[in-house]
Design a protein around this ligand. Structure first.
Ligand code: AMP
Ligand code: MG
Length: 340
């Protein structure tokens, strides 16, 4: 199949919407990362998402809506806290887990009785959802396991020839996937950190629980609330190893352990003294910038042929928790602590 490259003109938006209505897959820009969209109510279209990405069938998808009213038909109940959060953060990079309505095919939710819903703020995403007239199931538009795509070129590199079209909306603003929060039960539970931070959520609804899987490896057969969190993920071909420590300690560790094709992925401004080639992903104290650049940097590491990628460990403050969560999975949980 030839993958069409579309822009954000009204004609191209109509084309994207028509392809979606016809059960095809279209990669669309959102404020988080590019999504691989299909009509969420068409189970065959949704099934083809799993095939195109090579995604495990037990990893449920997020359903994207273009207007708040669309929520009512997809879920059985909207808890008060969800209403408050929607008011505060929708449209935006927050996904909430609700009890699912029967109209949502079970393949979308991997047979769970719940469904993840997000209302994106990106104007092109919203226009495409609304022009198609259907909610769109859309995981990240990458080959499963590889770093998420933050540009149309990243999508093309992964999925060219496997999907009907890619809509180019430029680089994504946030750069990491949405925050996933379960609003079921008594205490809301953070399943995946993202652009909407824990403190932003807590400022609206009070204390929330952070699922242990956010920062810790789960036992192989443990039941995980968010199935996506159990996989090695977001990973380049290079072996990623996180180094937790000051710029000086990171630099001397890398220099002492450098082998052939070892690269560093460090914070901007902390490159001096490194004896190996390096990439950067934002300044140490700028978590938003790190989020915006981390996936591009991981993809770049493959392009330059890095075999080992020693990576400066980000802080877990604010959006940093999302960056840490993704890098931890890219590193298959291998962190070396350099401070005493
Ligand atoms: P992606 O679409 O690649 O951004 O991944 C979607 C994330 O949302 C994965 O981590 C899923 O496990 C999670 N998710 C989707 N639906 C549900 C659900 N019903 N319950 C819990 N987690 C979900
Ligand atoms: Mg993904």
């Amino acid at each position: 199949m030839t993958t069409r490259r579309l822009q954000s003109t009204s004609e191209d938006i109509k084309t994207a919407a028509a392809l979606l209505q016809a059960g095809q897959l279209v990669a669309i820009p959102t404020e988080t990362v590019y999504g691989l969209a299909a009509n969420a109510l068409d189970k065959d279209a949704v099934a083809s998402i799993f095939v195109a990405k090579g995604r495990p069938q037990d990893n449920p998808l997020i359903v994207h809506i273009g207007e708040l009213e669309q929520l009512n038909s997809l879920v059985t109940d909207i808890p008060d806290i969800a209403e408050k959060l929607a008011k505060a953060f929708w449209p935006g990079p927050l996904t909430m887990i609700f009890k699912k309505n029967d109209c949502v095919p079970s393949i979308v939710s991997a047979n769970l009785d719940t469904v993840a819903i997000r209302f994106p703020v990106h104007p092109i995403a919203r226009q495409i959802i609304n022009a198609s007239g259907c909610p769109l199931a859309a995981p990240s538009a990458n080959v499963s396991g590889s770093p998420s795509p933050t540009t149309a070129q990243h999508v093309k590199n992964d999925l060219d020839g496997r999907i009907a079209a890619i809509v180019d909306g430029g680089a994504c603003e946030v750069g990491v996937e949405s925050t996933v929060l379960s609003v079921l039960g008594d205490t809301p539970r953070l399943l995946r950190p993202g652009g909407i931070t824990v403190s932003m959520i807590e400022s609206v609804i009070g204390p929330i629980t952070i699922d242990p899987a956010v920062t810790h490896q789960r036992q192989k057969d443990a039941v995980v609330a968010s199935p996506g969190m159990k996989y090695k993920h977001y990973s380049p071909k290079a072996k990623v190893i996180l180094l937790n420590g000051s710029a000086e300690k990171v630099t001397s560790y890398i220099n002492a352990h450098a082998e052939e094709d070892t690269w560093a992925l460090c914070f901007e401004g902390e490159e001096q003294g490194l004896t190996v080639p390096y990439l950067t992903y934002g300044k140490r104290d700028n978590q938003e910038d790190q989020a915006k650049h981390v996936f591009d940097a991981l993809r770049h590491a493959d392009e330059v042929g890095a075999k080992i990628l020693y990576t400066s460990c980000p802080s877990q403050e604010g959006v940093g928790l999302a960056v840490y969560n993704r890098l931890l999975r890219a590193a298959a949980f291998e962190v070396i602590h350099l401070e005493e």
